[in-house]
Design a protein around this ligand. Sequence first.
Ligand code: UD1
Ligand code: PEP
Length: 420
Amino acid sequence: MQQFLVSGGATLKGDVVISGAKNAALPILFATILAEQPSVLSNVPVLKDIDTTFKLLRIFGAQVSRDDHQVTVDATAIHSQMAPYELVKTMRASILALGPLLARFGHAEVSLPGGCAIGARPVNLHIDGLRKMGAEITVEAGYIKAKAARLHGAHIFMDIVSVTGTENLMMAAVLADGLTIIENAAREPEVVDLAKYLIAMGADIQGAGTDTIRITGKEKLHGAHHTVLPDRIETGTFLVAAAVTGGDVTCLNASPAELEVVLEKLREAGADVSSGPDWIRLNMTGRTLKSVNVKTVPHPGFPTDMQAQFTVLNVVAEGVGMVTETIFENRFMHVPELQRMGADIQLEGNTALIKHTDKLMGAQVMATDLRASASLVIAGLVAEGDTIVDRIYHIDRGYEQIEHKLKGLGARIQRINAPA
Ligand SMILES: CC(=O)N[C@H]1[C@@H](OP(=O)(O)OP(=O)(O)OC[C@H]2O[C@@H](n3ccc(=O)[nH]c3=O)[C@H](O)[C@@H]2O)O[C@H](CO)[C@@H](O)[C@@H]1O
Ligand SMILES: C=C(OP(=O)(O)O)C(=O)O
C-alpha cells in the first residue's frame, strides 16, 4: 500500500496545469456506448477511475485506446451489457453504464454500487426515472436488471438534485422514443459538458445547465470529438493549497466560470484572486487568511467536493469558521484525522465549527475518501514536521499526479511504500 510523506513549511509558488474533469470524463466515456461509431475525447485525465471505466467498457466489448490525454472509444461491437460488482464496488460512477446500455441494447445488468464512506448514496432516482421511461427493473442479488424494447419519453421530476441521476436519465433519453423532460435537474458544469458531447453525437437536448432539461430522442447517434472541460475541483484544491501556505499559484488550463462561488469565498478569506479566460491566479503574499462560513449545496452553490479543503482552510485561518454539509450525511471523516494533527474542530450534526489553530503538527493520518485525502495533504503542507497520509488510493481516483504537480510548486511530498 502506498502513502504520501508530506513535509510541511513550503510556500507554494508557480504554475500548475489543471487536468480534465474526472466527473465530466466519466459520464462522457459511458456515453460513447450510445453510438455505433468511434468517438475521440481530448483532455481525459489519467486517473484510477478512468482506468476502471476503460475496464468496464472493454468488458462490454468496446475498443478503447489512449494516447496521452486523448482517448478513442469504439463501442460498435459491444456484446455484453453486464457491469460486475468487482469493478462497480471500486467506482460508484459505474452506475452511469445503466442508462446508455439500456437505451442502445434494450437491456442492462449493473451491480448496485452500495454505500461509501461519505454516505449511503442510493440510486433510487436513477431507477425511478428509467421506470418512468418504460423500463422494467428488478433488483436481484445485488444487481439492477433493466429491460425495455425501446424506452419512451417521460416527464420526470427528480425529488432530490442528483448529478449522476440527471446524467443517466439524459443518456437514456437521447435514444428514447419522443420527448423527455427532466425537472429539478442538476445544473453542474459536468452535466453541461456531457450534454455538449451528446449534442455533438447528434442528440437533441435543450436546457442543460438549467433545472429543466428537454430531450427529444433520436433513432441513432454518431461518433464525435469532444474536449473534456477542466477540473474545477482539482483547480479549487490547488487554490486552497496556495492560500493556506501563503503562496502565489496560477492554475493554467482552468475555467473560472465554473468556480465562481469558490473564488468568491477565497476572496472573502483574504486572497487576491485574478483570472483570465483559461487561468486563475491566487496570491496570498503578505495577506492574512481569514475564516469563512460555507454551506454545501447543488451548483451553482458551494460544492460538497470542496468542503474538506475549506475545512482545512478554516483551521489555518484567523477567526472561527462554520462549515455545513447538506449533500452527504457522513462527509466529515477528515475531521478526526485533522484533530489528530491538532485542529480545533467541533462537530455537531452536519456542521463543523472550526477555530484557528496556531500550529498543526505532522502525524500519521488515514484518507477515507477522495476529497478527505486532498484535505489531509493540504494540512500536511502547513503542519510542522512530517505527515504520512495512508490509503492514498483514494486520491489516485481523482487527482492526476498530485505529488508531481505539488512538487512543481515547491511542496515537499513523496509517494512511499507503507512498511509491510
Ligand atoms: C461521479 C460524480 O459526478 N460524482 C459527483 C456526483 O455524485 P452523485 O451523482 O453520486 O451525487 P448525487 O448528486 O446523486 O447526490 C446528491 C444527493 O442525492 C442523494 N441521492 C442521489 C441519487 C439517488 O438516486 N437518490 C438519492 O437520494 C445522494 O445520496 C446525495 O445525498 O455529485 C456529487 C454531488 O455534487 C459529487 O460529490 C460527486 O463528486
Ligand atoms: C465524491 C466524489 O466522487 P464519486 O462520486 O466518484 O465518489 C468526488 O469526486 O469528490
